[in-house]
Design a binder for this molecule. Sequence first.
Ligand code: FDA
Length: 385
Amino acid sequence: MTDLLVVGSGFFGLTVARECAERFGMQVTVIDQRDHPGGNAWSYADADTGIEVHRYGAHLFHTSNARVWDYVNRFTAFTPYVHRVYTNVGGEVFPMPINLGTINQFFRAAYGPDDARRLVEEQSRELEGLPVDNLERKAISLIGRPLYEAFIKGYTAKQWQTDPTELPPDIISRLPVRYTYDNRYFSDTWEGLPVDGYTAWIERMLDHPGITLELGTDFLADEGPWTKASTVGQVPVVFTGALDRYFGYDEGDLGWRTLDFETEVVPVGDFQGTPVMNYGDADVPYTRIHEFRHFHPERADRYPTDRSVIVREHSRFASRGDEPYYPVNTPADRERLLAYRALADRERGVWFGGRLGTYKYLDMHMAIGSALVMVDNELAPALGR
Ligand code: FDA
């Protein structure tokens, strides 16, 4: 007997399942079409080196939400890791996001905050009076041409496989420039990585007598133990899969970008000296390289000194068979989303949540926070708890 079916074992589904089992004493079945739980946050130890690799792209935990921070600390402790990113352009390496260090290195200068601000303001007035009708013009109006051409143009063209003059301006609303030397990537109150890895954290969330996990089970398959046809209307369902697929793509496909990961064990103990190096030049085919050992400096004595795992990341538009990672969010997508939301509102006994179920990029803390809110505000009253 199942009181609730949760489709998808990413952090949204895991949080809903755990809360409903623990707080309400429900029997919860969690299914996932993959052969492992945890959604995109899942990681594994590389067979050759033992280095923890985030299978679906680097996952850095950060939040300013006290409820979420307290909640996640029930399942894992966090290392004091602080994320920083560098970028390789024109044969030089600069700190990111653009800050006073980046500006002074780039212009071979020693500006203070006010002079740097004045310079960027002056350069961003170049196109004054012209319509801001594409991403390139928007970016120039925000940070000026020199910084845009060095740090944004090539990287953005690779991310979108499209020249920025062909991209709509509303893809970016702001480009952060810091007039200090602070190059912390995130500015949240809490930040860190799970001490024993993501998989241990995920397994602890599932470790409750009220939760049953079934892997390799696609809710939208024609046949199987837990399908849409056999469960909707019979048992409450929380669905965290793709919204358009749930409705048979009736309103059209929602656009996503995906990533291809090229993983390599290199015969050096330290390949790039840092966890993430972006590559801004258009003629380098990948957007960034992750070197996973650097996410856990505290494991140095457990990781080999003569090998390292690196992952080159390539970005492209997704088609139906690909992993959907980042919503493209064109005006046409937003229209389709409204149509799907109307359908979802009419689907009795099914709650849609998470990144795929709402067509929204959600960081882990946002997925967990929104799941806690859904349990409080929607599931508890609807399920009479
Ligand atoms: P998630 O996608 O994790 O889980 C959904 C699950 O549903 C999947 O396991 C899928 O297999 C399953 N599913 C889908 N359809 C199904 C069906 N029909 N039947 C059965 N199962 C089905 N966040 C952050 O805080 N810091 C970071 O650094 C990053 N980095 C990052 C990199 C990349 C490349 C991506 C794509 C995402 C991140 N994130 C992140 C975001 C993080 O991964 C995100 O918060 C969680 O994935 C959201 O959890 P969900 O449960 O919503 O989805």
